[in-house]
Design a protein around this ligand. Structure first.
Ligand SMILES: NC(=O)c1ccc[n+]([C@@H]2O[C@H](COP(=O)([O-])OP(=O)(O)OC[C@H]3O[C@@H](n4cnc5c(N)ncnc54)[C@H](OP(=O)(O)O)[C@@H]3O)[C@@H](O)[C@H]2O)c1
Length: 74
């Protein structure tokens, strides 16, 4: 399958890429990847889906927030 991994350069995304690559064609995408996308921009997403054809699946593990432990109130 041809799978677009959005957030491929990140902690989770790079692990997803490694897990998929042996069996699939991975398209690594993010703002700094060769396949460039900024998911905040509709036009950027449209360019991605125009540039990459015949996509079977998309995974998204992108974020720009710090990972924090949740506090319990009780
Ligand atoms: N790490 C953990 O332990 C953990 C645990 C549970 C859940 N999560 C969740 O998993 C997701 C990813 O976490 P992470 O730790 O892997 O984050 P990370 O290492 O900071 O990676 C974030 C990825 O998202 C991309 N990205 C950020 N903004 C983007 C945008 N506007 N458009 C396209 N790509 C964008 C970044 O690449 P560019 O900067 O090149 O765009 C990078 O590839 C988050 O939703 C997080 O809440 C993480």
């Amino acid at each position: 399958m041809r799978i677009v991994v959005v957030g491929a350069t990140g902690t989770i995304g790079s692990a997803v890429v490694r897990a998929l690559q042996p069996k699939h064609e991975v398209v690594a995408a993010s703002r700094s990847s060769g396949v460039n996308v900024d998911i905040r921009e509709k036009a950027s997403l449209e360019r991605l889906f125009q540039a990459v054809k015949d996509i079977d699946a998309v995974t998204a593990q992108n974020a720009e927030v710090p990972i924090r432990r949740l506090r319990r109130s009780c």
